[in-house]
Structure formats: C-alpha cells, structure tokens
Design a protein around this ligand. Structure first.
Ligand SMILES: NC(=O)c1ccc[n+]([C@@H]2O[C@H](COP(=O)([O-])OP(=O)(O)OC[C@H]3O[C@@H](n4cnc5c(N)ncnc54)[C@H](OP(=O)(O)O)[C@@H]3O)[C@@H](O)[C@H]2O)c1
Length: 265
C-alpha cells in the first residue's frame, strides 16, 4: 500500500514504536489522524499497535544491523512515496558498573542510539525531501547530556553524539527541512523500570508523548522537559564539584543493592 495515496494527512515514520514513549507517540499520532510507519524489533508489539488502526503500518527491523537497515530503506520506499516527519526514538540503555564494567556495552549502545538513529535519518532523507510541506526530522535525545551521571558513560555519550549530529544537520538541511531535538527527563517506561536510583520529576509515557507532540507542531530547535529537572541539572555547570560529590555519594548508596542493568530484553 502507498500510504501517501490514501489521503493527504501526514505520513510519519516512528522508530521505537513498540514500547514506552514511542508506543504512546504512535497512539497519539493516529488519534490525531496521522499515518504512522511504526518500527521496532518486536513484531508482536507492532502488530498489536497496527490492530488499533489501519493508519499504522508495522516495519520491524533491528536498527543496529546495517543490512536490516538497508532492507528497511527499500521497504519504506515501497510503503510510501513521501514522509512528512521522521521521529528517531528507538534507544537502549546499558550502564557501566565500575570497577569491572562490561566495556562492550559502550559499542552496543552507540550502535543503537547513535549509528542506528543516523542510519534511519539517512534512509528517510530522500522521502522527506518529497514531503507535502517542509519535512521534519525529530530526534529523541535525553537530559542526560546536560550533566554527568554515574554509570551513564555509554548512554550519555551516545545521546550527546546524536545531539551534536542533529545540531549540525539542522544547519545543512536548513533550506528544506526542520530538525527538532527532544530532551526528555525521566519517563516511566520499561527502560527506566530497571533503574534502582531516584528519578526526580518522572512523568508517564503518555504524558511525555502528549508534551512532545504538542511541542512538535511549533517545530522548535529544541524541546526540553520537564523544565524543573533541567534547572536542577544546571547545578552541574554552576557547581561542578558539588554535583560530583552528590553523584559519588548517590552512586555509593545505590550500589549497595544495585545489580548491573544490562539491555536488552
Ligand atoms: N524513559 C526515559 O526516562 C527516557 C528519558 C530520556 C530519553 N529517553 C529516550 O526515549 C527513547 C524511548 O525510550 P523508552 O523509555 O520509551 O524505552 P523503551 O520502552 O525500552 O523503548 C525503546 C524502544 O526502542 C526500540 N529499540 C531498542 N533497540 C532497538 C534496535 N536495536 N532496533 C530497533 N528498535 C530498537 C525498542 O523496540 P524493540 O524492543 O521492539 O526492538 C522500543 O520500541 C529512547 O531513545 C530513550 O533513550 C527515554
């Protein structure tokens, strides 16, 4: 089916649609009347989403597998002649637990959160250039990039890399496309359900999706929420030593009953 021929509403490609924030984004997008090509690895979860509405088309693949990404690129072009928006949301988190971390986690997380996201943008670009209006690229980053957190070396670095990539891309595609970087704070999803530390100002995935979509209509360069967390993280810039002391103490306290958290399911 060519999605773009069925009517003139937006065609959105959403990665990480099978769970958490992405699932809620998908449900909200279809409620708004958009058509969504929904990606993730979990075919069952995507099929359940598609059962909600014929406006959801599942496209299952592993974004960390370059061959699978190429295949997905061909499939995308079969599904639609254009994309109005791509939301690169798929992500994974693995913590480095010192003194004996699993160093390979850094490579795995980078392959999904950075290289996978960049690959998805690459294969979406030709279709975004055919958008009915100005195409829109959206990256789901994280407020982790604003302050150093214990054990977050792999996750934070991958998100910081994606953040820079999108800032730079915004300049290069300014003539034809908009680029929005979204920085959520803590959101209750399977990804954070495994955390054993306190997550201030945590919001539900449904709330996060609603806030994100409300902001996207204005196509901002950046959308950061909740703002209260952002203000708190500014402490790491204003008083970096104090921030470090707090993080060290917090890490020691959490490590007493914390088992290493390793993605994936
Ligand atoms: N939750 C938070 O507090 C929070 C805060 C800031 C930013 N974020 C970011 O928000 C995004 C969504 O996270 P979430 O909290 O909703 O987590 P989640 O519930 O674990 O969802 C992660 C999504 O990414 C997909 N994914 C992971 N690895 C993949 C791979 N190799 N190939 C294809 N898809 C893959 C998963 O699909 P499959 O399992 O089907 O592959 C799933 O749909 C992530 O980028 C995360 O870093 C989350």
């Amino acid at each position: 089916m060519d999605l773009s021929e069925t009517d003139n509403r937006s065609v959105v490609w959403l990665t990480g649609a099978s769970s958490g924030i992405g699932r809620e984004l998908c449900l909200e997008l279809i409620a708004q009347g958009h058509r969504v090509i929904a990606s993730g690895r979990n075919e069952q979860a995507l099929a359940k989403l598609a059962a909600h509405s014929d406006r959801v088309i599942p496209l299952a693949f592993d974004i960390a597998d370059p061959n699978a990404v190429e295949q997905a690129g061909h499939k995308l072009a079969e599904l639609t002649s254009h994309l109005d928006q791509v939301i690169v949301n798929a992500g994974s988190c693995e913590y480095l637990k010192f003194p004996d971390p699993d160093w390979s986690a850094a490579t795995r997380v980078m392959a999904i959160n950075y290289s996978g996201a960049v690959d998805c943008i690459r294969i979406a670009l030709p279709l975004l250039k055919k958008a009915s209006g100005r195409g829109h690229i959206v990256g789901i980053i994280s407020q982790v990039v604003f302050a150093p957190f214990a054990q977050a070396e792999a996750y934070g670095a991958s998100k910081a890399a994606l953040s820079y990539f999108l800032d730079s891309l915004r300049v290069d595609v300014a003539d034809s496309l908009d680029v929005t970087s979204v920085f959520p704070g803590f959101v209750k999803t399977p990804l954070t359900d495994r955390n054993h530390f306190s997550m201030p100002f945590i919001v539900s995935a449904e709330d996060a999706a609603k806030r994100i979509l409300a902001s996207l209509s204005k196509r901002p360069r950046r959308f950061i929420f909740p703002k209260r967390l952002h203000w708190l993280l500014k402490l790491s810039v204003i008083c970096p030593r104090l921030w470090q002391k707090i993080m060290v103490a917090d890490n020691k306290a959490n490590n007493k009953d914390n088992t290493p958290v390793r993605e994936k399911k």
